[in-house]
Design a protein around this ligand. Structure first.
Ligand code: EPZ
Length: 424
């Protein structure tokens, strides 16, 4: 049985809601935990399907993985101890569920010189190749052979290298960082991804005894060390979840404070929402969003960080769907990241798409409809549209949403939204 969300539109959200820690920080940190035989504790970890699957993968490799619910069960403490690896083969079925498991390759090569994974393949937002991952690891001395859908990698010794990424790939940057921390010599990653999650990974690895500098900038320098020790760490807040909640406030003409978020990580979204007519106050690890009336149309070009994040493009399109005017979207990161458009159109949105461009002609009202989530952020976008649509919207395929949002409906309901989970 697959769950769905049932949303009654028309409620102006109000109140305070806390964002969880970042999925896209936690997942690479879980991979990093196999770089040491000592205990790694990640605190305030969101309860997400992707985190659960990554935990299963680590267990299948021989790590001991413990999850303990904390407080009101709104988060968990994750303890991972990888005293020794019993396998270097990542199970194909689990690999297919969490694309980001590809950055286990760097950690496995660093820990024991061997890795055997299934090719993660594309997904509904695009082909998502891993050529930059493989090239970077080969530059560090790994021998990598691709046999159909399997990839076999081995490295008697990893050595430092001067690597230039042709694209600032988040995953490739993280994979290379984790392979390089125990390599012999110095590694430079030029044109590295600059996302806050990369800086967070650097900070955690350095607390484990690594010697990394430059994350967040154009080049990351990694001095190989002999070994890493355990760590206890709280990942940064999830800027994409926080941004999604901020758009929920804007689209419902609400007044919402999002706590546990870093305004600086949301600079481009804050600018867009102000252009759309929102009043936004920034505080220490919190943002207050107030909207009164219909939003103005805003244009959006997605770019690598610090540009506008592709993961917030679908939520912003839902706001644009009811805006006064036409919004032009250009999606430069993924080939197929307008999956939300079909559902929004069923709800009455006026959207025309040509390749990577979408033009959204704002309408006065959306109408509730039965819609389906095809990917994580498109699903969130449909939920946001349901909050403002006339009548009832049912969103199916919410297993996609559960991959990256910890209790989205609970957080929205705590702000007054009429939303509940039901069995289809
Ligand atoms: C990370 O994916 C995030 N996932 C994605 O979030 C996010 O959309 C993406 O970064 C961009 O910010 C995690 O961190 C777990 P990329 P990743 O490598 O690492 C191309 C979400 O909704 N590319 O920066 O896979 C690729 O095809 C998810 O939370 C290559 O060509 O992203 C894409 O067009 C979705 N070759 C672009 O680079 C490669 O070897 C960006 O990909 C690698 C990537």
């Amino acid at each position: 049985m697959r769950d769905l969300l049932i949303i009654e539109g028309g409620v102006r959200l109000a109140g305070t809601v806390r964002a969880s820690s970042a999925k896209n920080a936690v997942l690479p940190m879980m991979a990093a935990s196999i770089l040491t035989g000592e205990e790694c504790v990640l605190r305030d970890v969101p309860r997400l399907r992707d985190v659960g699957v990554m935990g299963q993968i680590l267990s299948s490799l021989g790590a001991e993985v413990r999850t303990e619910a904390v407080g009101d069960r709104s988060s968990a403490t994750l303890t991972i101890v990888c005293r020794s690896l019993s396998s270097h083969v990542v199970p194909a079925d689990l690999m297919g569920e969490v694309r980001s498991s590809i950055f286990l390759m760097g950690a496995l090569l660093a820990r024991n010189g061997r890795a055997d994974l299934a090719y993660p393949g594309g997904c509904s937002i695009g082909h998502r190749p891993i050529d930059l991952h493989l090239q970077g690891l080969r530059d560090l001395g790994a021998k990598i052979e691709e046999h159909g859908s399997r990839i076999e990698a081995e490295a008697r010794e990893l050595h430092g290298s001067d690597i230039r990424l042709t694209l600032p790939s988040v995953g490739a940057t993280e994979n290379i960082m984790m392979a390089a921390v125990l390599a012999t010599g110095t590694t430079l990653i030029r044109n590295a991804a600059r996302e806050p999650e990369i800086v967070d990974l650097q900070n955690m690895l350095n607390l484990m005894g690594a010697s990394i500098s430059g994350a967040g900038g154009e080049a990351i320098r990694i001095e190989g060390v002999r070994r890493l020790h355990g760590v206890s760490y709280v990942p940064i807040p999830d800027r994409i979840e926080a941004g999604t909640l901020m758009v929920a406030a804007a689209i419902t003409s609400g007044q919402v404070e999002v706590s546990n978020c870093v305004p600086d990580h949301l600079r481009t979204l804050i600018d867009k929402l102000r252009q759309a007519g929102c009043t936004i106050e920034e505080g220490d690890r919190r943002v207050f969003v107030e909207m009164d009336g219909r939003p103005r149309a805003v244009d959006c070009v997605t770019l690598p960080y610090p540009g506008f994040p592709t993961d917030l493009q679908p939520p912003l399109m839902s706001l644009a769907a009811i805006a006064d005017g036409t919004s032009a979207f250009l999606e430069t990161i993924y080939e197929q990241r307008f999956n939300q458009a079909e559902g929004l159109q069923r709800m009455g949105a006026d959207i025309s798409i040509t390749g990577q461009r979408a033009f959204v002609h704002g309408v006065e009202r959306l109408r509730g409809a039965a819609v389906r989530a095809h990917d994580l952020r498109a699903g969130a976008a449909l939920v946001l549209a349901g909050l403002v649509a006339d009548g009832v919207t049912t969103v199916s395929g919410i297993e996609h949403i559960d991959r990256g949002y910890d209790g989205l409906e609970t957080k929205l309901a705590s702000l007054g939204a009429s939303v509940r989970r039901a069995c289809a």
